[in-house]
Design a protein around this ligand. Structure first.
Ligand code: C2E
Ligand code: CA
Ligand code: CA
Length: 761
């Protein structure tokens, strides 16, 4: 019989039915009357003097007697309300009715032995109160048939409200502990006090600088909140604006007549608000963070309870406002790059995530520009970190200056920047923007009187076509940036799939290169350098070769830069120096005594502290005389920094010979050369290639040779492929020559053969 969640009608029907069923055990009318009388007496006695309300429900007639106290508890007088069950039903909170009737049913049917419920009932004045009702049934005579249900009502509103208040309060503290967003907690706090004080409406305003910002107000109309949001706190800005301004509690009894509300009452009065009390909210250190406001729809000042509530509401809200305030400070720290004041990497990721997580219908196309300064490390190393920082700040300013309001400019760290460009779809438009950034950056900058032109490379990737999530999108931009650098820097590149293939290949080469030395995959070939007049081999240059089982032959022009980048250049150079020196020693032992060995040293390795000790180690390990070893150092290494000069000096002190490789391709001047004590200048192959077809190139070569000689250097020309070039160089007075015309780079055995032929001739 017991089905939960039955509707009220069903349950009433069932209660009636239950009673008739049980009544089938007939009693005489006299018996019934006697029994009733007895129980009634008992009940009246028990209830005498109690302040409880009484009710008595005759189950047969369905009449209900409500005592005067029962009625007054709900705000009615003795003559009001009809004596039937509908009265009860109409006064009971609709969410509680069914549950109470279910309890009645269970009790009458004998399923439960006591009847006790708590329910909400409406007071005549509109609010509801909490009632606890207990009842017992009286039987017809000695039968099992219930005749009446007689019960009491006790007003437990106060206890119930305290209980709810405590529960809500605990819930709010839990929300604070869990770090739930402030706006949600503000609403809960508002409801907490509104529930305890029927008719009250609460608001919380945050103070940012001097501006009042809407924090929360669960029951105030949005229109009112909007008009208050953004007000500047001041001596007569309503109750809250005044309390944040003075730091004191402001109790306005009547909004309509109080001068503090003169300019604001037009916002409040239409929504019924008539009084407003405001408590300033302060941090633990006393800083004013906002204000808590309580409104009623009638003019009034707070009673003692309400005043206590106002004070405690202010304190409770203060806990969250202080947390918010501190979090904002921390966020600002984490989301701003200290050096440039641009957004930080963390902020960029957050921004991108918010763009990507938008619902498909709200998505906006955007592009990511990765910007990396060219040769920044070089500036930092040669001009010092202060200049480096200054350059970064200047670049940040330029980026910010030309970006639009909607675009997001951030610094990822080091010399890397990232800009998120909104709403740009066409490639040509994006290219135009990238070009603008390139131009903005490459304006001259002054470093303590010296003019310098910074440049950068830019990689562009578009969302969602180049990457549909944060990782793939940024990877695409990075890949494009790498390509821009690879194409020669100071330019931009768009991402495309081919770049990914290249990047994957590069990645594979990187991985394989790490074990190339250990797995003996590297070898050396040697190319002769001859005396230009006699053709005698006086030196051989060692050139590295890499044969990988699956990648096949990889050119040194590809793997040497990678080795530099991934930190493999030191072991590689050490291996080359050792192998070449051992080979040179064994040639000497074979009787070819007049041949030097030349080894290439990468510019990035040149600046490492271990170069001089490394050369020392190799010389003493292999027994090669230092004067037989020549180091070819590319032109980019020859700056006149202190460190550089001292390395050149130390190497010279060891006795090794030094050659400036690829001379003419870099930017060094003869002026800087005069500080360096080197032995050879090696004119780059490009000049030799063009010397016969281009007069200016020929002139350049001529002057390099002349000036070089004047400074005391010998001159080598590399990449000589034909006799015309050779004859011209002879005529210009060049000292040594190298190129396919004499020999391609060959194996050690090949060199042995060449040397043997030479001695035989
Ligand atoms: P590099 O030092 O300028 O070496 C000369 C390059 O020009 C070599 O290319 C050589 O084979 C090539 N070459 C020489 N004569 C001629 C010619 O007449 N015609 C043509 N077309 N080419 C000629 P390779 O061996 O491919 O080396 C390329 C670059 O890789 C080298 O340029 C050097 O910078 C670097 N490299 C090679 N081995 C090493 C090494 O062990 N250590 C370091 N740090 N760099 C190396
Ligand atoms: Ca070389
Ligand atoms: Ca060269």
């Amino acid at each position: 019989m017991n089905k939960p969640n039955k509707s009220k009608i069903d349950l009433l029907e069932e209660i009636k039915y239950l009673r008739t069923e049980l009544a089938s055990t007939k009693l005489t009318k006299e018996q019934r009357t006697a029994e009733l009388y007895k129980s009634e007496e008992r009940f009246a006695l028990a209830m005498r003097g109690a302040s409880d309300g009484l009710w008595d429900w005759d189950l047969e007639s369905n009449e209900v007697y409500y005592s005067p106290r029962w009625k007054s508890m709900l705000g009615y007088n003795e003559n009001e309300l009809e004596n039937n069950l509908d009265t009860w039903a109409s006064l009971t909170h609709c969410d509680d009715k069914d549950f109470v009737l279910q309890k009645v049913h269970d009790y009458l049917s004998g399923k439960t032995s006591v009847f006790e419920v708590e329910m909400r009932m409406y007071h005549k004045s509109g609010h509801y109160i909490f009632i606890r009702s207990r009842a017992f049934k009286t039987m017809l005579g000695s039968s099992d048939v219930p005749a009446r249900l007689i019960g009491t009502h006790v007003d437990i509103t106060l206890r119930k409200k305290t209980e709810i208040f405590d529960r809500r309060n605990t819930n709010i503290l839990e929300m604070i502990a869990k770090g739930i967003t402030a706006s949600k907690i503000y609403n809960e706090i508002g409801l907490l006090y509104e529930e305890r004080n029927p008719g009250m409406r609460c608001s919380m305003l945050e103070l940012e600088g001097e501006t009042l910002l809407h924090g929360g107000a669960p029951s105030l109309p949005k229109e009112y909140c909007d008009s208050v949001n953004g007000l500047i706190s001041g001596p007569d800005i309503g109750s809250c604006g005044t309390s944040t301004y003075t730091g004191k509690r402001v109790l306005v009894e009547n909004i309509e007549s109080d001068p503090k509300w003169a300019s604001l009452k037009r916002y409040a009065l239409p929504h019924g608000m008539r009084c407003c009390w405001s408590e300033p909210i302060k941090s633990s250190s006393g800083k004013i963070l906002g204000a808590f406001g309580m409104y009623y729809d009638f003019p009034s000042l707070p009673n003692e309870d309400e005043l206590n509530d106002l004070i405690s509401a202010g304190r409770l809200t203060g806990i969250i406002m202080e947390r918010e305030h501190n979090q904002k400070l921390i966020r600002n720290l984490a989301y701003t790059d200290k050096l440039t004041s641009l957004s930080s990497r963390a902020h960029l990721y957050l921004h991108l995530k918010s763009l990507i997580q938008k619902k498909p219908e709200n998505r906006i196309p955007f592009s990511v520009l990765y910007i990396d300064l060219d040769n920044f490390k070089h500036i930092n190393d040669s001009l010092g970190h202060d200049s480096g920082d200054y350059l970064l700040q200047e670049v940040a300013k330029r980026l910010k200056y030309i970006s639009r309001e909607v675009d997001f400019v951030s610094r990822l760290g080091g010399d890397e920047f990232c800009i998120v460009i909104r709403d740009i779809i066409s490639s040509s438009h994006l290219a135009e923007i990238a070009q603008q950034y390139l131009e903005a950056i490459s304006k001259p900058i002054n470093f303590s009187g010296r003019k310098f032109i910074p440049t950068c490379s830019i990689g562009a990737a578009r969302y969602p076509s180049d990457g549909s999530n944060l990782q793939t999108l940024l990877k695409a931009a990075d890949t494009a940036l790498y390509a821009a650098k690879d194409y020669g820097k100071n330019r931009f590149a768009f991402y495309n799939k081919e770049l990914t293939r290249k990047a994957e290949h590069r990645f594979k080469v990187e991985q394989c290169l790490r074990e190339a030395v250990d797995k003996n995959q590297l070898s050396l070939v040697y190319q002769p350098q001859v005396d230009i007049n006699t053709g005698t081999i006086i030196c051989v240059e060692a050139l590295s070769r890499w044969e990988h089982p699956t990648l096949g032959h990889v050119s040194p022009t590809e793997f040497i830069p990678i080795a530099e980048r991934i930190g493999m250049i030191q072991p590689l150079t050490e291996w080359a120096l050792n192998t070449a020196s051992e080979q040179s020693v064994s040639w000497k032992q074979a009787g070819f005594s007049s041949v030097r060995i030349a080894v290439n040293i990468s510019p990035s390795h040149f600046l490492e502290n271990d170069l001089v000790p490394l050369i020392n180690r190799v010389i003493s390990r292999t027994g090669l005389p230092a004067t037989e070893l020549k180091l070819e150092i590319t032109e980019s290494s020859i700056q006149t920094s202190k460190k550089n000069l001292s390395i050149f000096k130390e190497l010279k002190q060891l006795g090794v010979l030094l050659a400036i490789d690829d001379f003419g391709t870099g930017y060094s001047s003869f002026a800087s050369l005069k500080h360096l004590n080197v032995d050879f200048l090696k004119i780059d192959k490009h000049f030799i290639d063009d010397m016969l077809s281009d007069k200016k190139t020929l002139l350049l070569i001529k002057s390099i040779i002349e000036m070089g000689h004047n400074l005391g250097y010998k001159i080598i020309a590399e990449g000589i492929e034909n006799t015309e070039q050779l004859n011209m160089l002879k005529e210009l007075g060049c000292d040594n020559a190298q190129g396919y015309l004499f020999s391609k780079p060959v194996s050690a055995q090949g060199i042995s053969n060449l040397l043997r032929n030479q001695t035989n001739n």
